[in-house]
Design a protein around this ligand. Structure first.
Ligand SMILES: [Zn+2]
Length: 93
């Protein structure tokens, strides 16, 4: 069976026109090799798409957690409110 140009279309991730897409779909239906390749290609592309977003979400959530922790400390009074003058060391005695 001739797997070209279908393998190229699957591997190179080029834009193919609707007619080529139909040819590719027809070939995938009768070719286990190329449909396996297509599945692998889809999986690879979705990993590439998801990874940066997941990294961003993780970084965003980490920053959010840090901010929340800082807010909690401020509310508990562990951090002196910046609007109030900080007492000089020793002046509380
Ligand atoms: Zn094939």
């Amino acid at each position: 069976m001739n797997h070209q140009p279908f393998e190229d279309w699957l591997l190179n991730d080029k834009l193919i026109d609707p007619k080529q897409k139909l040819e590719l779909d027809a070939h995938l239906r009768m070719c286990a090799d190329c449909s396996a390749l297509a599945e692998t290609g889809v999986a690879l592309r979705s990993v590439k798409k998801i990874s940066p977003a997941a990294g961003f979400t993780t970084r965003f959530q980490a920053r959010l957690a840090l901010q929340k922790a800082a807010d909690r400390r401020r509310r508990r009074g562990h951090i002196w409110p910046p609007s109030l003058p900080r007492p000089l060391p020793g002046s509380l005695h």
